[in-house]
Design a protein around this ligand. Sequence first.
Ligand code: PMP
Length: 402
Amino acid sequence: MSISDRFAELAHIRDSLGAVEADPSRIVMEKILSPTEALIAGKRTILVGTNNYLGLTFEPELLDAACAAMHEQGSGTTGSRMANGSFAGHAALERDFAEFYDVPSAMIFSTGYQTNLGLLMAILRPGDKVVLDSHSHACIYDGCRISGADFLAFRHNDPEDLRKRLRRLGGDAEGALVIAEGLYSMLGDIAPLADLCAVAKEYGAWFMVDEAHSFGVYGERGLGLCEEAGILDQVDFITGTFSKSLASLGGFCVSRHPEMQLLRYGSRPYIFTASSSPANIAAADAALRAIRTRPEIKDKLWANANRLYDGLKGLGYELASTVSPVIAVRVPSKEEGARLWNALLDEGVYVNLVLPPAAPDSAALLRCSLSAAHSFEQIDAILSAFKAASAGSDRAVGASAH
Ligand code: PMP
């Protein structure tokens, strides 16, 4: 097999994106101007696809903490915690997460992806049973796959379907692992966590929730949707990432089971990769402090989400779910999605273009993720851009309102 044969499938994906002139890998942020603006192709562009939910990436407290950590501890750790040892900041951040969640055990990993991989690869054995939401993120599927466990999906956000699948497992349901997310990143819908948890517990299964998109955004204290659903004392494992609300790079896992600490001795994505850099740890720590002490940031995010949601509804767009910081506009075809995405860029607005198979149940999504750092003026400019981008389309504005 030649090298071009090996890469033929990937070339096909690139070419099909090129055919609709919508290859997001071509987008280069030439200059980042703020948490919500960048220069793209020389044009000042409002960013509405960043996952920078709390808008903390330029917050002076984070920048100062990250710069100080870099000066004091260096630019990188140059190895894994098992081989090279932990820096004091790693251990302190784990203590902060454990304290924030009021649990005996927290561990941090180098990315959110590795957190899920690291947990699942360590706790699952070949033959174990996993029942996961069908819309689960790739790293949850990958962790299950690599572990050798038997995994099957329940219908997205459907506790009754979960019940059916657990019932069919018979005696194997006891000790099975049920996995859901909090806020789903593509459609922006939230999981019925209290119901899912109750079903899992009824069958003696463990319950794991990935709060990658909901940590810092939901719950009175910002702990996420498990807090909002009132199940913090029942859920077995909560994972999350530093790369969204926490404006850094890394991931965390917390558990009410103290045994979770033992992951350090067997989790390959923890052991065989370099630990997070001092700057990443310090920024995440400062962001965690902001979540704990400045609830008004979260309130601003919600005000922005409501304003964009109402505005898009008013323009006649079909939105994928109820209001949340992820607002996905359904577009009837891949071609129309690509056309609108390019037209929005021309208008100075960057959203995420989501095409099948990443767009569940629909032809294409224009995914908007809000930030607390957006101003109302920017939200109104985003709405004007949607209006202008839709002009000339016979399917967009108003078409889905009837
Ligand atoms: N879980 C979910 C639900 C995600 O959406 C993502 C990333 N988008 C991750 C985990 C991985 O996080 P990270 O990008 O920090 O590796």
